[in-house]
Design a binder for this molecule. Structure first.
Ligand SMILES: Cc1cc2nc3c(=O)[nH]c(=O)nc-3n(C[C@H](O)[C@H](O)[C@H](O)COP(=O)(O)O)c2cc1C
Length: 403
């Protein structure tokens, strides 16, 4: 038993080793060629476990081995993000660079901004492996990492080192989680807010991961009100230059009542936050083709999440009357997906699964396609299209599904 485990591990390491060399050589030669990624590199990576593939991608990013994007971001994609200017609205979502080690290369790949984490105060290992599953057939991932984090202190040092190198010029978000065994969620988020505010451009309160027991109940009215009111008070006590925008990341599996409660809280004076991220992964398993995959527990992301997250964006945009900026995330694979999220009410976008399954070229592809769609429809900027269909097709589907 133990020896078969050892052989499996050795095989996996050999594949990663060969894969790593192949990737490095390939990347050096093909420099971002979409077909190379689609036909050679990504199928090779599919052969190793989901987590090993993730580790390999982080390794390549950390050592700046992914080639820089050659696309100059089109003018139409420029947008202001709180007090910053983004050359494009597409960020890498939380969970890819959990420990803040790959920020610079992620910007060079072409992401408009980078969110790291989730990070927990104390280091914790997360759930037992295997805990990441891919289904290329469904264009989806299920993960139950359970906040594997090196903890605040190590992640802070990683980010400090990155800032000192002065290569990263972009916008950095730090996504905060809580320790599995912590009984005081407020204390965990407060520690993160105090520590990372001087170094981050925005802070995310993640109360929506399905893999930490009890976490999502922090989205309920009373708990959310208390959490956000206290965090906002703490922010007020910080030096002015350290008071950063606070965003709340939501789950897609909310009832109509949950949604109304959240709107009341996030638009109310003492708990009024600066933005929403919609959405995290879903516990739903609708329309999956791969049945073995569908039986894994954890959060589902990618294509099967797309409409659900777009509908929640539309609902939130309508109910908040467009007054709270939304980062739209969930199943963005193309320029059309990105445009749908914008018309539903997103000002900014993020992705993870498309990047994990298709590699860096997908970022350029989405940006070019989005620019094409904006031009074709006669929009000079993203701003002009935000929320145009929140009350139309996307909003109405959401309401139908809920009834
Ligand atoms: C493997 C994996 C790990 C993730 N870890 C986190 C996390 O630590 N914190 C978080 O807020 N979201 C996490 N997410 C959710 C993503 O940030 C994103 O909200 C979700 O995957 C939907 O986007 P996508 O369909 O483009 O992947 C994770 C997603 C994946 C696939």
């Amino acid at each position: 038993m133990a020896s078969s485990k050892f052989v499996k591990k050795l095989t996996s390491m050999a594949i990663v080793g060969v894969g790593g060399v192949a990737a490095f050589t390939g990347i050096s030669f093909y420099n971002g060629n979409e077909k190379f990624y689609e036909n050679i590199l990504m199928p090779t990576i599919q052969k190793v476990s989901g987590e090993t593939a993730h580790e390999l991608a982080i390794f390549l990013c950390k050592h700046n081995l992914f080639p820089s994007s050659t696309l100059k971001d089109p003018e139409s994609l420029k947008i202001s993000f709180f007090n910053h200017q983004l050359s494009n609205p597409i960020g890498i979502a939380a969970g890819f660079d959990k420990q803040g080690e790959a920020v610079e290369n992620l910007e060079r790949i072409g992401f408009g901004f980078v969110e790291i984490g989730s990070v927990t105060p104390q280091p914790q290992p997360g759930n037992p492996k295997p805990r990441v599953f891919r289904s290329p057939l469904d264009e989806a991932i299920i993960n139950r990492y359970g906040f594997n984090s090196l903890g605040h202190a190590v992640v802070f040092e990683n980010l400090k080192g990155m800032k000192e190198r002065q290569r990263f010029k972009g916008v950095l978000g730090v996504n905060l989680g809580k320790n599995k065994t912590s009984e005081n969620a407020l204390e965990d988020y407060s520690k993160g807010l105090r520590l990372f505010s001087p170094i981050a451009d925005y802070i995310v309160v993640n109360v929506s991961s399905p893999n930490t027991p009890g976490l999502r109940s922090l989205q309920s009215k009373k708990e959310l009100q208390e959490l956000l009111t206290n965090l906002l008070k703490i922010r007020e006590s910080l030096p002015a230059e350290h008071r950063k925008p606070i965003l709340l990341k939501l789950a897609p599996d909310l009832t109509k009542d949950d949604v109304n409660d959240i709107v009341t809280v996030v638009t109310n004076g003492s708990s009024k936050i600066d933005g929403l991220i919609i959405s995290n992964t879903t516990i739903g398993r609708d329309d999956l083709k791969n049945e073995t995959f569908a039986r894994e527990t954890g959060g589902l992301s990618g294509l099967p999440l797309k409409l659900k997250s777009t509908q929640l964006i539309a609902e939130m945009y309508s109910l908040t009357k467009g007054k709270i900026p939304i980062i739209g995330v969930g199943g963005i694979f193309s320029g059309q997906d990105a445009f749908d999220k914008i018309e539903a009410g997103s000002s900014f976008l993020q992705l993870y699964t498309a990047f994990a399954l298709h590699g860096p070229p997908v970022v350029e592809k989405i940006k070019s396609e989005l620019d094409g769609i904006l031009k074709e429809k006669g929009f000079k900027s993203i701003e002009a299209a935000i929320g145009l269909r929140a009350d139309g097709i996307f909003g109405s589907i959401f309401i139908q599904n809920k009834m």
